[in-house]
Design a protein around this ligand. Structure first.
Ligand SMILES: [Zn+2]
Ligand SMILES: [Zn+2]
Length: 297
């Protein structure tokens, strides 16, 4: 990886950590002290539990996505069977024999099992071994940004527009009306609070929009049993073929695609993965994939 790219990717990681931290800051700075000191204990504990559940999941999945190896082919170090030798292809760039679904990452200069893409925001490849954490990080990041934006919208509205009604949609459920009154009465809004609030609100909004789009795209790929690379290859095959038929050799329908991606058998196991940020333990080495013609590649 080039030096410039390394610096840019490290900066991307720092920006992501700041964005996650911002969500916590909104609560620790504005809301928790206010709810506690004014005796809104039910609201305080409700947001304490929900907020920390979102925060812990976001941080843990981000950490795992960065720290876990995506599954570099060179790490496998195994003797190939005759069947595997037939199905493997040689990568001309890094000179390894690679299994089906493995692709070469131009940034890492290595082949990765069930390669999805190289992500600068985690300074790592997304492959078979860390893909679950990557998608769960995106999901929780979108969720926590939306949560902080919705709860903090009244604060933003007040500071920036002097309480003109802009976003009243979630007002009855979540907005701390009392906080607004306190701020108006005590005129606590200084220029720093204004700039900070604007910065927090807008960056959260942008992060939420971008991560939400990425999450929806990743969800659609899981549903189709494809990776980013496979979608690209499939599109080019469809564009160049006479029949224009979709390939998707690993698409076994919605339910099975999701069960295989998360390596779960029951919906309760999937819910468990969503609730608690345990490290993903792959059930195989990422070299054997059942394709539609019913044989293990
Ligand atoms: Zn390679
Ligand atoms: Zn890479």
């Amino acid at each position: 990886m080039g030096v410039v790219r390394q610096i840019v990717e490290k900066l991307c990681v720092i920006i992501t950590i700041i964005l996650v931290y911002e969500n916590a800051l909104v609560f620790y700075q504005y809301f928790f002290p206010y709810w506690w000191s004014h005796g809104f204990y039910r609201r305080f504990f409700f947001h304490l539990i929900i907020g920390h559940w979102l925060l812990i999941n976001t941080i843990m999945h981000y950490y795992f996505a960065i720290a876990k190896s995506p599954g570099f082919v060179v790490e496998l170090k195994k003797e190939l069977s005759t069947q595997e030798e037939l199905n493997y292809t040689k990568c001309l760039k890094c000179d390894v024999m690679r299994p089906p679904r493995a692709h070469h990452c131009k940034v890492c200069q290595k082949c990765v099992v069930r390669y999805d893409h190289h992500c600068p925001w985690i300074n790592n490849c997304v492959g078979y071994r860390n893909h679950v954490h990557f998608i769960l990080f995106c999901f929780f990041m979108a969720l926590i940004s939306a949560y902080a934006t919705i709860v903090g919208q009244k604060q933003f509205q007040l500071v920036m527009f002097h309480d003109q009604i802009l976003f009243g949609l979630f007002a009855p459920i979540l907005q701390p009306e009392e906080l607004v009154t306190t701020i108006i009465e005590h005129k606590t809004i200084g220029p720093i609070t204004g700039v900070l609030t604007l910065f927090l609100f807008l960056t959260n909004l942008v992060a939420m929009g971008l991560v939400l789009m990425l999450t929806i795209w990743q969800i659609s790929l899981i549903t189709k049993g494809q990776t980013c690379v496979e979608e690209r290859i499939d599109k080019s095959i469809v564009a160049n073929s006479v029949q224009g038929q979709k390939q998707r050799p690993y698409d076994f329908g919605f339910k099975l695609n999701w069960a295989r991606f998360f390596e779960v058998n029951k919906i309760s196991e999937l819910l468990f993965r969503l609730l608690i940020p345990f490290p993903f333990q792959p059930k195989h080495d990422g070299t054997q994939w059942i394709s539609k013609d019913n044989k293990k590649n």
